[in-house]
Design a protein around this ligand. Structure first.
Ligand code: IMP
Length: 179
């Protein structure tokens, strides 16, 4: 699998350190509040799993799934809701957990959908921010790493459903998706 990557962008150690820093910040900011983590399937599964275990405050978790990518490395420009939340978010402090914010389209869609349901607040935590590619004006409230405009995989992120299992984040060799 390593041969499919052009380089490792963020090591396992760097991810671990960053997750601890973000979870500390979230634990302080949401002290005494009713917090609901919304894991955006499937890319943020591993980030959410690590983040939630590092939080020191009581927290609930739910999942939502949207699609804008298909099998390609570029967004289709249309977001579809594939799986809604199981629980009601009324009066809850919702924190959307994303793997990566790219154009910002997915986030804009998710925030719109959730804000209409009378939550106490809606904020966003992303591990990666591909800021250069932003088209929709979305600024994450918590962000791990700003990364360049390259297609990355690992730590939950995929290409064609592969590579999610890598414990680090790497840049996918362009040969793989140009074949
Ligand atoms: P956006 O709607 O353009 O912001 O795209 C956000 C979603 O696209 C993320 O949640 C990812 O699922 C996917 N995505 C964007 N860039 C990458 C990448 O480099 N690797 C894997 N998935 C990506």
């Amino acid at each position: 699998m390593d041969k499919d990557l052009s380089r490792v962008l963020i090591s396992q150690k760097e991810i671990e350190k960053k997750v601890m820093e973000i979870s500390k910040e979230i634990s302080e900011d949401y002290q005494g509040k009713d917090l609901l983590l919304v894991c955006v399937l499937k890319g943020s599964i591993i980030f959410t799993a690590d983040l939630i275990r590092a939080l020191s405050i009581p927290v609930q978790m739910d999942t939502i799934a949207v699609s804008s990518y298909g099998d390609q490395t570029k967004s289709s420009g249309v977001v579809r809701l594939i799986k809604d939340l199981d629980e009601d978010v009324t009066n809850k402090h919702v924190l959307i957990v994303e793997d990566i914010v790219d154009s910002g389209l997915t986030l804009q869609y998710l925030k719109n959908v959730l804000e209409q349901r009378n939550p106490a607040s809606v904020k966003v935590c992303t591990l990666l921010d591909k800021r250069q590619r932003r088209v929709h004006d979305q600024e994450p409230d918590y962000s791990g790493f700003v990364i360049p405009d390259e297609f990355v995989v690992g730590y939950g992120m995929d290409y064609n459903e592969y590579y999610r299992q890598l414990p680090y984040i790497g840049v996918l060799n362009q040969e793989i998706y140009k074949e």
